[in-house]
Design a protein around this ligand. Sequence first.
Ligand SMILES: Cc1ncc(COP(=O)(O)O)c(C=O)c1O
Length: 398
Amino acid sequence: MKPSTKTPLPEALAQLVGRSVHEIDTPALVIDLDAMRRNLGRMAEFSRKHNIRWRPHAKMHKSATLAKLQIQAGAAGVCVQKTSEAEAMVDGGVHDVFITNEVIAPHKLARVAALAHRVVGDKGQLAIAVDSVEGVSRLAQAMNDERTRLSVPAIIDVFVEIDVGAGRCGVVPGPAALALVHEIRKHPALRFAGLQAYHGKAQHLRGAQERREAIAAVVEQVINTRKLIEGQGLAVDLVTGAGTGSMVCEAASGVFGELQAGSFLFMDVDYAENERDPAQPNFEHALFVKTQVISRAEHHAVCDAGHKSHAIDSGLPRVLALDPDRELEFFNGGDEHGILRPAGPKHRLPGIGDMLWLIPGHCDPTVNLYDFMVGVSGGLRKGSVERIIRVDARGAVS
Ligand SMILES: Cc1ncc(COP(=O)(O)O)c(C=O)c1O
């Protein structure tokens, strides 16, 4: 499916700019822009301090506008997971894009090759991950076809993905990775750019020490694989990986040259449940679903946000407690409803018409439910709408 880059901005949303947060219709996906900018600044400072590149994962926000903000703040470009996300980024003016995933279908690889040639015109660079000989030869075929068609010698950066413990994509570290490097080097349109070593399962290990141990094992596998490749006189220019949960460990390793963390920008409930590593910047929640109470019973209230308004794969949302006597717990009310109960005997229920702010359990699939995000500055209590941000790659899952 092609991304919804052309979805027109609805008049009602356009007119919200400059208006009070109280006027945002519900349910709506709202970014606290002040908190988001602080997160961005903290990430930029962290990377500077550790002398490491950051290439945030844009699969999380799916917005070319936010990708460009990140690049202005110092990011080396962005990561995406899908070909159609990469297209949405390039269409939106982002020219340095890394598809951190395997692409195998020839018709998709033709689009990847077309993009690789397109970004070169803007002094950009496309990169992609591979984990099979078949993947390398299909990619090379697509690049050669596009080169012949355009007679422009574009080169795509290719990272060998190694499976460092997540049990998802990735070739086994060691000799199998070296064999793939040799395979890549057979093709003039492909440049071996380095290793991708992302450990997805380590991100939400709750204890900081557990995450440190998991990433220590990752680092060892990377060092051994790198040694093997360098032993043949081949350079490993970059080791890339890391998510918000483990990035402090990869940054301290001295082995990783690039961090791919994405969720730090918005911070969801799932990440808030991790024990914070003291070395981790203090990232704040910046993404909220604004909702309104539409019904009230003696012991519960009902709001207008159910799982069509927020993803529940990582658990239900948390209600932001703006007032100390208003701590509420959110319970599943189905597709269009959320059930709210006081968190304890001291807390009171909200009244009909009251506005509430939910912190999503998982930001990535929540963003994918919306065409637009409402950017607010000046706080959620008294702020106003600064801008509307398009989710360019909404539904771009192919
Ligand atoms: C390959 C890869 N890199 C980086 C990330 C970023 O992780 P996070 O958004 O948890 O920071 C992900 C997320 O799933 C990923 O799949």
